[in-house]
Write a protein that binds this ligand. Structure first.
Ligand code: ZN
Length: 454
């Protein structure tokens, strides 16, 4: 039987963020992700202008993982009448609530636009009531001819690729693809026999430094800072990167590789998310599971303090050096880390350790590029502290990793749609897929709609 399916690229084209794809098959209207566009202001029109489909007409929304650039527009979808089903893995469902509530809190401080009617507790609660979690590899029947199945993407806890089988064709949406091997998570799974692939391309044009040295670099940065009796600040993303760092620090402290000293996790969201991680130990990789079965608490070690309340956060300044402070946001553009940076960056005994992607124009990027003075929260701060970057902790596959991923499933591939990357990155990957693998690949633009023969 030959039939047709349609994919419409509603968001996440020409940009890393804002993932939103419409897949229509066998009379069903299915969304894959419904994310915020980030990098500029959250209040930007692009996030709050109308969807190009009618939310009331959508039957199912699949959420590949809990980053807000994949689920942050769900409250708007609800506000505009969506009452279909929401499907994800179980950890994604558990992580979604703190992620959505944190975004609600950030937006509530925004006075430029009247967003409080969209991002309400009520709309978040409705979304959660429609939400159902599934295990990886469970076959979800949508119609007699259409099923969906989740494969581990290895990007963050609970991240999945969703594979649709329609008649005898397989269509795979990757979501974000992990930079395997990860300290905590299993590797990205192989999916075989895919006919149509819709894939991310964040690092489509770049390769990462060696991952093997990342723990060694972390150890050295902590030891150097300890010798100088300074404060080491690590601006970090709350979801996954914070837990990865705690896991690495746990290994270093308990293996006596670094001296015991106060280490503060100063991020209410990261603390809340870490509690969710503790509920899903079965989703960790073999190494992490082994450590757990030997009685180790992966996110808890001598010297660690979780500072939930802002009074506790302020007390950190009174604690004698040397010490380590992990705080958000990851690009120093907000959150508690900015207070620490104002306090500690002027002192050459201190260290700022960058482990994540720093977007152009953010304070984190400017400091990484070596400016001697930076504006943080409307205040100019001298940067005399040591600045160290470790790039091996990226959560995304690099250019070679993406190419290998496609090469392994090349056999049946008819077409690859390259999305979720800056244009330069997406187009570079398209060219590589064509040149190296001889695959029909292209980078769609926002609003493009294509028919698939199924
Ligand atoms: Zn992600």
């Amino acid at each position: 039987m030959t039939n047709r399916a349609r994919i419409t690229f509603c968001g996440g084209t020409g940009s890393v963020t804002g993932a939103n794809f419409l897949f229509e098959a066998d009379g069903q209207k299915i969304l894959i992700d419904c994310g915020l566009t980030q990098g500029t202001k959250l209040a930007d029109d692009i996030n709050w202008s109308p969807f190009i489909y009618d939310p009331k007409s959508i039957d199912i929304l699949f959420v590949t993982h809990a980053h807000v650039d994949h689920l942050g527009r769900i409250p708007k979808l609800i506000k505009e009448g969506f009452r279909g089903k929401i499907y994800s893995t179980l950890p994604t469902k558990s992580l979604a609530q703190p992620m959505l509530e944190d975004t609600m809190m950030i937006l509530s401080k925004n006075t430029e636009m009247d967003l409080d009617l969209i991002y309400t507790k009520e709309n978040i609660d409705i979304a959660l009531s429609l939400w159902q979690g599934f295990e990886y590899h469970h076959s979800i029947k949508i119609t007699d001819n259409l099923t969906a199945e989740f494969y581990n993407a290895g990007h963050i806890l609970g991240s999945m690729m969703v594979l649709f089988k329609y008649n005898d064709k397989k269509i795979l949406f990757t979501g974000d693809l992990g930079n395997s091997p990860s300290p905590l998570l299993p590797d990205t799974e192989k999916v075989l026999g895919v006919d149509y692939l819709i894939m991310e391309s964040v690092y489509g044009d770049r390769n990462h430094e060696s991952r093997n040295d990342r723990r060694k670099f972390l150890e050295e940065a902590i030891e150097d800072n300890h010798k100088r009796k300074g404060t080491l600040i690590i601006p970090t993303f709350s979801l996954e990167r914070s837990q990865e760092l705690l896991f690495e620090l746990n290994e270093l402290v308990e293996g006596n590789r670094i001296p015991v000293m106060p280490i503060f996790l100063d991020s209410p969201l990261a603390i809340r998310l870490t509690e969710v991680f503790k509920q899903y130990k079965d989703y960790f990789n073999e190494n992490a599971q082994k450590a757990l079965s030997s009685g180790d608490h992966l996110f808890d070690f001598p010297g660690l303090h979780a500072t939930l309340k802002s009074e506790e956060s302020k007390m950190i300044a009174n604690v004698a050096n040397p010490k380590v402070v992990i705080a958000g946001s990851g690009m120093s553009s907000g959150g508690r880390v900015v207070h620490h940076e104002r306090h500690y960056l002027p002192d050459p005994n201190n260290t700022l350790l960058l482990t994540g992607y720093q977007a152009v124009g953010t304070p984190g990027r400017l400091i990484q590029e070596g400016v001697k003075m930076v504006r943080i929260s409307n205040e100019y701060v001298n940067v005399r502290a040591h600045v160290v970057t470790i790039s091996g902790y990226s959560g995304h596959k690099d250019s070679d990793g993406l190419l290998n991923f496609v090469e392994e499933m090349q056999e049946n591939l008819q077409k690859v749609f390259v999305v979720m990357g800056e244009p330069k990155s997406a187009l570079f990957l398209v060219q590589k897929l064509r040149d190296n693998l001889g695959i029909d690949a292209y980078a769609p633009e926002q609003g493009d709609s294509v028919l698939l023969v199924c």
